[in-house]
Design a protein around this ligand. Structure first.
Ligand SMILES: [Cu+2]
Length: 462
């Protein structure tokens, strides 16, 4: 350390002591509004005040810091317009909280007294509804019913005890259709205050929201009057391949919490493992009510908490099973072209319309690595590249990465899986057997193709 940097070091130390004194005298004022500018998955926010717990990891998101004020946990949410990078090169004008959509995750412990300051920097009024919580009626956040809406520029205070452990969400209940279509939402996790008979301790605890937008390719602002015809299917306002992977250590016990604030249901499917649904909107499920699944449907307004032991190494797909939700924006009026032979036609059309291209003559796999020109601000419809080539995915898709050498507490991406020799599907180079087909449209027994003799006049017809 040279003299100059030493001087700066002491100056900084003095400033932070002064800052601490100011902060103490300012407890009567608003807590600092922490703003997040990064779209990366933040490391878990380990609690340094209040009761201890094992924190969650929010996919492409973060947890809101708090301050303790006479035993009350105080948070400050700022509702405001934000620009969210949905995937690299695709930025959308959204509304959110503290710099991002979705807003930060709020983590507390059962029995905590919580005070949340909400500042409205939107161009219209708003409220926050604490979806799923037990709380006094006047704190439930339905504008007009439980409280006056928070006017533009004003700050309201919500205060209640986090009575029930579980996975919750928050979102506006004022001009709700517009504000949710613009991305206003967040997660809330209440950890149990002691060992809970229905809540197991886990090594990794992930959470994310399912959300959707209607953004015309090439435009930057969601359409807010869309009823069901959304085209950008997101996890935490990100689409594949921009959704971070879930990286775990072999044999970790893993919990994944999912909330749905889109306008349709999403069957969430995990490859390679069975899981139990250990929690719903109503809290932890009693163990004797659980059964194993590989897909669980998360309906509109629901939360689901799944748990598994990650005991199979590899790069396992995890996605919504509605196949049009694992694609990015496309026109809805694209006809099915499979089986239509357009040979020669494209060239003729291109003479009069040079940009004309044909989609999906042999399926749509060509789209996966097609260098087709797309409008400036959108995501390719089918994209992502793995070690064997294009994944032809988009939207609600990511990878669950299980590695034996992933360190405890390390959430970084370990890179592509190294397949042990002889464990990857391979091409058959031997001879193919004869194809067998039934004899007629109502045929019962398969017959070798070579056994079908050309029928004589009228032989097979009626
Ligand atoms: Cu879906």
């Amino acid at each position: 350390m040279n003299l100059n940097s030493r001087r700066q070091f002491f100056a900084g130390a003095a400033a932070s002591v002064a800052g601490l004194v100011v902060a103490r005298s300012a407890l009567a004022g608003l807590p600092e509004a922490v703003i997040q500018t990064s779209v990366a998955t933040a490391p878990p926010l380990v609690p340094t005040t209040g009761r201890l717990y094992n924190p969650v990891v929010t996919l492409n998101g973060w947890t809101l810091p708090w301050r303790m004020n006479n035993g009350v946990k105080e948070f400050h949410l700022v509702a405001e317009p934000v620009v969210r990078e949905v995937s690299p090169g695709f930025k959308v004008n959204m509304w959110g909280y503290n710099g991002q959509s979705p807003g930060p995750t709020i983590e507390v412990v059962e029995g905590d007294r919580v005070r949340i300051f909400v500042t409205n920097k939107l161009p219209e009024h708003t409220t926050i509804h604490w979806h799923g919580q037990r709380l006094p009626n006047g704190m439930d956040g339905v504008g007009g019913l439980n409280q006056p809406a928070i006017p533009v520029g004003k700050t309201f205070v919500y205060e209640f005890e986090a009575r029930r452990p579980g996975t919750f969400m928050y979102h506006p209940h004022a001009d709700e259709m517009v504000q949710m279509a613009m991305g206003m939402m967040g997660m809330w996790v209440t950890h149990p205050k002691a060992r809970h008979p229905h809540i197991s301790e886990v090594d990794r605890d992930f959470c994310f929201l399912l959300n959707a937008f209607d953004v015309e390719p090439g435009s930057k602002t969601p359409k807010i009057n869309t009823m069901t015809d959304f085209n950008i299917w997101c996890w935490n306002s990100r689409v594949f391949p921009a959704i971070d992977t879930l990286n775990v250590r072999l044999n970790d016990r893993v919990r994944i919490r999912v909330g749905n604030l889109t306008m349709t249901n999403h069957p969430i499917h995990l490859h390679g493992h069975e899981f139990l649904v250990t929690g719903t909107d109503g809290g932890p499920t009693p163990p004797n009510t659980r059964w194993y699944e590989v897909t669980t449907d998360v309906a509109v307004g629901q939360m689901r908490q799944i748990e598994l032991v990650a005991d199979e190494e590899g790069d396992w797909a995890m996605h919504c099973h509605k196949s049009h939700h694992t694609m990015n924006a496309m026109g809805h009026d694209v006809p099915t072209m499979i089986g239509v032979d357009h040979r020669g036609l494209v060239g003729k059309i291109q003479k009069v319309a040079p940009d004309y291209m044909l989609m999906g003559e042999r399926g749509m796999a060509d789209m996966g690595d097609m260098q087709m020109p797309i409008p400036d601000n959108t995501a390719p419809m089918m994209t992502g590249t793995g070690q064997f080539g294009p994944l032809e995915m988009g939207g609600m898709f990511t990878v669950f990465k299980v590695r034996k050498d992933q360190k405890p507490g390390d959430y970084s991406d370990p890179g592509p899986y190294k397949f042990p020799a002889g464990t990857v599907a391979y091409e058959w180079h031997g001879a193919l057997p004869q194809t067998t087909r039934p004899t007629g449209s109502t045929g019962t027994a398969p017959v070798a193709a070579s056994a079908i003799k050309p029928s004589g006049k009228g032989g097979m017809s009626h």
